[in-house]
Design a protein around this ligand. Structure first.
Ligand SMILES: C[S@@+](CC[C@H](N)C(=O)[O-])C[C@H]1O[C@@H](n2cnc3c(N)ncnc32)[C@H](O)[C@@H]1O
Length: 269
């Protein structure tokens, strides 16, 4: 199975990071995740339910089926959704490359921060498109690590970020996939494609993003690949540690950090 080398792993800390990420980015990436009343929506690769809880609560008149390949993550997602008393979601284990659904049954499909991990994102999108109704909407959201810049700038911080890009590539994924969203959606034959950049700009006048994005989402993600990167000789320990320190430095009162996600909408012809 492709997810055995999933770069972020399935630790408790990663589950917390995914929830911090989703909560922090709610207004930036989900402000327009609104489905028509009574929509039947497939959420592909829901993980621990970090996005599920946001999109399901925003769309109480729609019904969701949220799938993931990891039973453990699904277990956490089920618990989370139950604890929030959200009733419009059903979870199911499924592989994106071979979904257990008939053709054309969903009004919408949403896939969020998943394609970057896949060996064959076009194949997965083709499968998602198969289960989408004619006239239905596909939504895909991905990041792009090449969009990262910050002040004070730091060579070590860029080297630490590059470790994640390289490990992801080594696993067959692509941390810079955001810029490919438009061609990918086009390649599976969707029409009316609209991709928009969702820039997360952070300085100390936005304390919630300093905590939620610079520290708990982005730097925590890069920190998570340190041991592996050092073990594989991609970087030396001191440079990696300096890189992480410099990323945290951008969260100081005079620091600035910016990262861009890309959100694409397309319609099935
Ligand atoms: C970064 S997580 C994103 C989870 C969630 N969408 C979010 O944004 O919080 C990526 C998820 O993709 C799942 N995944 C990886 N390969 C998969 C596959 N072939 N089929 C289904 N899910 C897969 C992983 O188990 C993991 O939960």
């Amino acid at each position: 199975m492709e997810n055995t080398e999933y770069v972020h792993g399935y630790s408790d800390r990663e589950a917390l990071r995914l929830n911090d990420q989703a909560d922090t980015l709610d207004n930036i990436i989900h402000n327009d995740t609104i489905f028509p009343k009574d929509s039947f929506v497939l959420e592909a690769s829901c993980g621990v339910g970090a996005q599920t809880k946001i999109i399901a609560a925003k769309n109480p008149d729609s019904n969701f089926i949220s799938v993931d390949i990891s039973e453990d993550s699904l277990g956490e997602a089920r618990q989370l959704i139950k604890s929030l008393d959200i009733k419009n979601v059903e979870f199911r284990q499924a592989d994106l490359y071979g979904l257990p659904f008939e053709d054309g049954i969903f009004d919408s499909v949403i896939v969020c921060l998943v394609l970057e991990h896949l060996h064959h994102p076009k194949q997965a999108l083709t499968e998602l498109n198969r289960v989408l109704k004619k006239g239905g909407t596909m939504i895909a959201i991905e990041g792009d690590h090449g969009s990262t810049f910050f002040y004070p700038d730091s060579k070590s911080a860029h080297s630490a970020i590059d470790c994640q890009v390289r490990l992801q590539r080594q696993n067959g994924g692509n941390s810079n996939i955001g810029r490919e969203l438009y061609p990918l959606l086009k390649s599976i034959g969707l029409s009316d494609i609209l991709v928009s950049p969702r820039m997360v700009y952070v300085d100390s006048s936005r304390p919630q993003l300093v905590e939620g994005f610079i520290k708990n989402t982005f730097t925590a993600m890069i920190e998570g690949v340190g041991d592996k990167a050092v073990r594989q000789g991609i970087i030396d320990k001191l440079t990696f540690e300096k890189g992480i320190k410099d990323l945290y430095r951008t969260a100081e009162p005079d620091g600035v950090f910016s990262y861009t996600f890309f959100k694409g909408f397309g319609t099935k012809k």
